[in-house]
Design a protein around this ligand. Structure first.
Ligand code: MSP
Length: 509
């Protein structure tokens, strides 16, 4: 029985190093995975690399390496980026692994045996960058409309998958489960594409050999997209461990941008239907990150490596920025200026300053010990907003409105800072007869910071952990579970805080 929340990133091509566009998908999945863990759910978060196909074979050839040798060199770079970005993936699948290849063969064999795969001849054009056969209207002056690179004429014997047979079943799927593809505009695109009619597609290639061999015909390798999509099930025990597979599959969310929507929303469910395997629950399409108004790309040299930004802003600010800045589902433009401006206003002057002010006052007025308030229930001025934060954050993340969730966190930080300005504890402290009032204000402020750390933790795990440490709460942040952890008034008076380094130091010019 399924008992695990399962989320996936696309598996990335190893033809080159990652850029912040890949980082965007992966960080988004990480935020969602971490939040579901915070809710006490079992989570399986998968990412990995797509290593077969002409694209990778040619990248290797250019460097005088075998495809496998090249992939072995580049995969550590991907792993390293995910580690540095604090990505908490539970597994990392490579399509060249045995556990994957063996089940790819079992899967295509199943479709062949049931008659959904047949031998035919493919004649047409292919874009190696897309790893996709193109129709006439997708080609402009001999170039792929997406990559602007020449398409190649192909004529070869291929095995075909009977996609056309699944047209009605797919339309029924979109009709019955309108959230199968989100946002809705993307669903509409898929529906009209499928209504327009579906052609069987080629699932094998004979002109090169860098792929998973077709089990019943050694002259063919599996088409890279069929191979790649199957990672989502081979990684969780398909064909190898039924119990495990049933506890994780179907996936709750396949995350990606629209370049690969058709594969996930049309080919993939049809392949699964043909094999008698449940289809995923949702395909979510986020926007493109643009640089200078253009989709970032390695070919155009607009690709920005995540390390370039991390070195300057730190990992937490990196994660925060992209989740906050781009309305999730829409395209967003990256610029250094706006990243720096947001860092300064929301992290250095906002969250970071809130934490250092509060902890400094607990230090100087109460010797670093959280004071005893006159009441601990939601009566004060920050308890209501904190409850709102918990509610909004939860609803937004579950609906994959990631930027709204982060905006709710930022709003709470502003409310807390405003509260401090209005309550002016620095004035209250001057009057010895107002000692209890001072204790009440600082207790609320510390409790507010606990909420900040809690809800920042899926987005900025490192900074949240440092803040938690500074608050001196003995129970680990990683042991916190919602909704219990979001009960107002949980910080114990007497807790010894530890002022630490500034969470978000001011940027150097
Ligand atoms: N290997 C295939 C995916 C197979 S999944 C079964 C592939 N790989 S890729 O390396 O090209 O990655 C494409 C994905 O990277 C996009 O769908 C998106 O998730 C992410 N992005 C790449 N560039 C991007 C932007 N400029 N902006 C946002 N995300 C982008 O396709």
């Amino acid at each position: 029985m399924k008992d695990t929340f399962y989320i996936t990133t696309p598996i990335y091509y190893v033809n080159d190093a990652p850029h912040i566009g890949h980082g965007y998908s992966t960080v988004a999945c990480d935020v969602i995975a971490r939040y579901h863990r915070l809710r006490g759910e079992k989570v399986f978060f998968l990412t990995g690399t797509d290593e077969h196909g002409q694209n990778v074979a040619r990248a290797a050839e250019k460097r005088g390496l075998t495809p496998r040798g090249w992939a072995d060199q580049i995969v550590p770079k991907w792993r390293e980026v995910w580690e540095r970005l604090d990505i908490s993936n539970d597994d990392f699948i490579r399509t060249t692994e045995d556990r994957h290849e063996r089940q790819v063969q079992a899967f295509v064999q199943r479709l062949y045996d049931s008659g959904d795969i047949y031998l035919g001849t493919y004649q047409g054009v292919y874009c190696v960058s897309c790893e996709e056969f193109k129709s006439e209207d997708e080609v402009v002056d001999g170039n792929c409309a997406i990559h602007g690179r020449p398409v190649e004429r192909v004529s070869e014997d291929n095995y075909f998958f009977r996609l056309s047979k699944y047209r009605d079943a797919l339309l029924r799927l979109y009709e019955e489960r309108p959230d199968f593809v989100r946002p809705e505009t993307r669903l509409n695109e898929v529906v009209s594409f499928v209504r327009g009619g579906l052609q069987d597609f080629s699932v094998s290639r004979t002109s090169f050999d860098w792929g998973v061999p077709i089990p019943w015909d050694a002259g063919h390798v599996t088409y890279v997209w069929v191979d790649a999509l199957l990672n989502y099930i081979t990684a969780v025990g398909f064909g190898a461990d039924e119990r495990r597979f049933d506890s994780i599959w179907p996936a709750d969310v396949h995350m990606m941008s629209k370049d690969i929507l058709r594969f996930h929303a049309v080919y993939w469910p049809a392949m699964l239907m043909a094999a008698g395997v449940a289809v995923p629950r949702q395909v979510f399409v986020h926007g493109y990150l643009l640089v200078g108004g253009e989709k970032m790309s390695k070919t155009k040299l607009t690709g920005i490596h995540p390390f370039q930004l991390i070195e300057h802003f730190g990992v937490d600010a990196y994660r925060y920025h992209f989740m906050r800045d781009v309305s999730f589902g829409r395209d967003g433009s990256f610029s250094w200026e706006s990243m720096a401006a947001r860092y300064t206003s929301e992290l250095a002057n906002g969250l970071g300053n809130l934490a250092s002010r509060v902890l400094a006052m607990v230090d100087s007025y109460f010797e670093g010990v959280v004071p005893e308030p006159s009441h601990r229930e939601v009566g004060g001025r920050l308890g209501g907003p904190a409850e709102q934060l918990a509610k909004r954050f939860d609803a937004h993340i579950l609906a994959l409105e990631l930027s709204d969730a982060v905006a709710a966190l930022d709003e709470f930080v502003r409310q807390a800072n405003r509260y401090l300005v209005e309550a002016a504890p620095w004035n209250v402290a001057k009057d010895a007869s107002r000692r209890q009032e001072l204790a009440d204000v600082l207790y609320e402020a510390v409790e507010g910071l606990r909420f900040v750390a809690l809800f920042a933790s899926p987005v900025m795990p490192g900074a949240a952990a440092r803040l938690w440490e500074q608050l001196g709460i003995t129970e680990a942040l990683s042991a916190q579970r919602l909704p219990d952890a979001a009960r107002w008034g949980s910080v114990n008076p007497g807790t010894r805080t530890r002022r630490g380094e500034s969470l978000f130091p001011r940027l150097e010019e």
